[in-house]
Design a protein around this ligand. Sequence first.
Ligand code: NAG
Ligand code: NAG
Ligand code: NAG
Length: 409
Amino acid sequence: MAAALDLLLIGWLLQSALCGQFEVTVPQTIEVLRGSCVTIPCSFDVENKYESNLDNTCKALWKNDQDTVVFNSSAPQQTTIKGAFTGNLTKKDCTTTLNNMQPEHSKKYFLRVQCNNVLRHNFPDQKLEISVKDGPPRPTLTPSTLKVKEGTSVNVTCSAPAPCLSHPPTLTWTPSLGDIHETLQENQDKTKFKTSVLTFTASHLRHRQEISCTAVYNKQDGSTESSVTTRLTADILFAPQILPSSDCTKSAGQFNCSCESVGKPSPTLQWYLDGFPVNNSDKFAISNETVNETSLRSFIIVSDPQGRGVPTLLCHSSNSLGSATQRFYVYILQPYDLVTLAVFITIVVILLVVVCALLLVIRAQKTRHYLLKSTLAVNQHVTSGEGIEGPKATEEDIYVNTVEPWFLK
Ligand SMILES: *[C@@H]1O[C@H](CO)[C@@H](O)[C@H](O)[C@H]1NC(C)=O
Ligand SMILES: *[C@@H]1O[C@H](CO)[C@@H](O)[C@H](O)[C@H]1NC(C)=O
Ligand SMILES: *[C@@H]1O[C@H](CO)[C@@H](O)[C@H](O)[C@H]1NC(C)=O
C-alpha cells in the first residue's frame, strides 16, 4: 500500500517535472520598505506545446487582483509601478524589480506572459502579496539568547532581509567585539537576506554586556535612511574568582576577615580553619551577603582561636565551572610569645648599641692618624727654602712624604 502510494507520488513528481504545465514560482509575500525597491524572484513554465512560442516578442506583465496591468516589461517606465525587467522569458525567468514602492502598492499580484503569437497566459493561481511598510524589518539575531562558558568561541549571526538588491542593508555590531563576516544569502523562496556573523571569545568581562546589530536601509531616493536594532545580552558562565578586596582586619581581640567572590552561576563560599570547614557557631560568627547576581561576600569573626601559633584560614569558593581558594594568615600572639619577643628585641637593641660604639672608636682612631700626618707634611714644606721651583719642590715633597710620623718610628 505504502509502496503503491510512493509510486504514485513519484509518478506525479516526474510528471510535474518533465511534462510542462502552466505554473509560476514566486514568493508568497514580500515585505518592502516604503520608498525602496523590491526584486521579485520569479520563474515559470508553460505547457509543452507552447514551448516554441516563447520568443523575443513575449513580454511579462504584472497585474493586481483587480486584473489591472501595473507593470509591462516592454515599457517598464510607463506603467503604474515603474521598474526593470531583469529576467529572460525565453529562459522562463520572470524576475522583476519594482521601484519606489508606496503603501498603496500593498496588494496581491500575478504574472501574465503575452507573446505576439498564440501564447497568452495569466498565472492567477500563484499570487504574490507585496506589503509596503513604513519601517524596515527588525534584523534577527541567532542565537537569540547567549549563555556560554568563558573562553569558548561564540558566533552570533545577524540577518536582515534584502528585498531591494541594489540597496542591501548595512549591518553594524555594537560593540564590535571581534571578527565580522558578511554574506548575501537566499531564502527558499529565492528572496535575499544579508547576514553578518560576529565571532568573539567569551570573557567574563563581557558578562551582562549588551550586543546589538543595527540594520541601516538606504532608500532609493537617497534622502532618508531607516535603521533598526536588535539586542542581545551575553550571559557568560565563569569559574569563581576571589576578589583582591578580600582581607582580614584586627579589632578588639578579634579577627574580622572578608572574602568576596565573583562567578556565574553564583558561587558558594566556605571558610576553613586549619583544614577544617567552619560554619556559623558560638566560636565563629559567619555572615554571607549576596552582592549581586554574580558576587557573594562572606565575613568571619575569629574570636577565640584554638591553640597557639598561626592558624590557617582559607576561603574556598566554587560553582559548577570551577573553584578558587584564598589563604589568610591570622597571626595570633600569646602572652608567652610577647615576653619572648620583648627579650629578643632587647638583645637586638643591646647588640646594635655595642656594634655602633665599636665603630665610633675605630673611626676616631683613624681621624687622629690622618690629622697628625697632614700637620707634619705642611711644616716640612714651609721650612725647605725660598725659591720654590717645580722639580725641587717635588723632590722635597717626595722626601717629605717618605718621612715617617714620629709615632711609627
Ligand atoms: C505593453 O507595452 C507595450 C509597449 O509600450 C505596448 O505595446 C503594449 O500594448 C503594452 N501592453 C499592455 C497589456 O499594456
Ligand atoms: C567586619 O568588617 C566589615 C567591613 O570590613 C564590617 O562591615 C563588619 O561590621 C565587621 N564586623 C565586625 C563584627 O566587626
Ligand atoms: C557584581 O559585583 C562585582 C563585585 O562588586 C562587580 O565586579 C560586578 O561588576 C557586579 N556585577 C554586576 C552585574 O553588577
